[in-house]
Design a protein around this ligand. Sequence first.
Ligand SMILES: [Zn+2]
Ligand SMILES: [Zn+2]
Length: 377
Amino acid sequence: MSVAALPKTALAAVLTEYNEPLGVEELPIVAPEPGALLVKVSAATVCGSDVHIWEGQLEGVLEVRRPIVLGHEIVGEVAAIGAGAELDSIGREIRIGDRVVWEHEACGHCPTCTIEREPGLCPNRRIGQLQPCHQPPYFTGGFAQYSYVWPKSGRLIVPGEVRTPWASAASCALRTVVNAFDRLGSIDFLDTVLIQGAGPLGLFATAVARTLGAGRVVVVGAPADRLQIARAWGADETLDIADHRDGADRIAAVRELTGDGAQVGLELSGAHGAFAEGLQMISRGGRYMVVGTIGGNPQAVPAHLITTRQIRVSGTMGAAIGSYHKALEFMRRTRHEFDFDLMLGRTYGLDEVTMALEQNRSQAEIKPIIDPTQLAS
Ligand SMILES: [Zn+2]
Ligand SMILES: [Zn+2]
């Protein structure tokens, strides 16, 4: 095992009760078991899912073993390397101080992992931020001074050209988008790509669709400042939901822009009814990828359109380490074309995580950053 000088304890923002302010706690540092890494967190960015967990919305969907350390978009510097963990997932040697991102841990021995080869869907997946933080390895999430990379989690060294908060955002939002496009198949200049949602997923999808060579990119979302970023990142047309409050009105507007509808659509908003609405914006023979809808009440859908317009509908959830690599490479290669800083919000100290979550929830900021080396008070 290779170890930098480790403190005996460090601080973490801990969620004990839903919807209550997170408290900063001192937790013990433990050396990594074989295969694992311990990292010193450089930055963690806030994802919408962090807010959903804080609000208790994951109860009944996934096991949330409170108290927990929230945060799953994380970049850290390697502080200790467990036995046998000297290489990253593409064979590069990991050294103390390297910046890394990592995935949730799949079990590697269930039919989903081995027969379907879909580790991102493993039913036995260990998601750090849902694990109890009052037992080893304690530093299970990202809003903390240290974080633990489980033995079977894929991990990658972050390319030097990719800024730390960008890499953090790549480790959830962008890798999800990259995975969604991979599953959609090829896109070319004949395709209009419809993007529902102008949050992190929708904005990254705009940049990716542009880079993949889409003929036209149409973004339906809000608020106006996010649509402005969408245009800066390559959207040809944006439709502000504030100006088109009625779903039928939005469908008519997209049809008017596209004729028969978009050849490719991505539902990235998660808004109730977005799936039914988006389906009516897809052309005959088109493809529609559902990513944003991960909970909520059942929705009425005009299912006949899937048959009569022969629309291929599919879904994606999360991603495995290959998509993390593609996401980081996307940022490295396009960093002069897209100003990824436009998505970032303010930087908050470890005792300000609650404020950062509120800023994300109110849409005041797209991606607040947590710097766990700072304490505001
Ligand atoms: Zn996320
Ligand atoms: Zn598995």
